[in-house]
Design a protein. Structure first.
Length: 197
């Protein structure tokens, strides 16, 4: 900056892994990071990703990048969003981030805690939990407890660790009330409905 008279770092804005937007040159100052011919008509926003460590953009980074784009558009930037490689011979941004750019740089959809929770829950159907030491019997027991809590009890005396016909009927009844396909398969949509507050 001091020796060459540059106006701060070559980027207008930068986004860290936490989604925080940092000011480099800021708005309405010519960028120097876009490649020949693109610095006078394009802003530059840098996502702090690398080729090791954090290499794929998190939802926080994508949200921050979207915020940076919106901020610059409020200050005169146009609609076009490009990757560094679109104006310069480079592999920047990496494939995951470039795919997001090419898909329109959309803001990530915020998932609810139930949607986050069900991502790792098992797919359950008739026959699950049959083996005595199978962890899925506890998954079935959790399912049965949630069905009871939602007002869909299974008959008294039914083994609550086995996904039986009785459990399947309770699941179907619950799915019908939630306007889900009544297939007695407990996947992400049924888990989400069962866990919804």
């Amino acid at each position: 900056m001091d020796g060459n008279g540059w106006s701060d770092i070559a980027y207008n804005l930068l986004v860290c892994e936490h989604g925080i937007i940092w000011e480099g040159r800021g708005a309405r100052v010519m960028s120097a990071a876009n490649g020949e011919g693109r610095n006078t008509d394009h802003y530059a926003v840098c996502a702090l990703l690398g080729t090791c460590g954090l290499v794929e953009p998190t939802d926080e980074i994508l949200t921050g990048l979207r915020g940076a784009i919106d901020y610059l558009r409020q200050r005169g930037a146009g609609d076009e969003v490009l990757g560094h490689r679109d104006g310069y011979a480079t592999s920047c941004p990496g494939e995951p981030l470039y795919a997001w750019v090419r898909a329109g740089a959309v803001r990530p959809v915020k998932r609810t805690w139930t949607e986050e929770a069900v991502r790792d829950l098992p797919l359950l159907r008739i026959g699950a939990g049959v083996v005595k030491d199978d962890h899925r019997r506890w998954d079935v027991k959790t399912l049965v407890a949630l069905l009871w809590a939602r007002g869909f009890p299974i008959p008294s005396g039914t083994d609550e660790t086995v996904f039986s016909v009785a459990v399947a009927e309770a699941v179907r009844a619950f799915q019908r009330t939630e306007k889900l396909r009544p297939d007695a398969v407990v996947g992400p949509k049924t888990w989400t409905a069962l866990l919804r507050l």
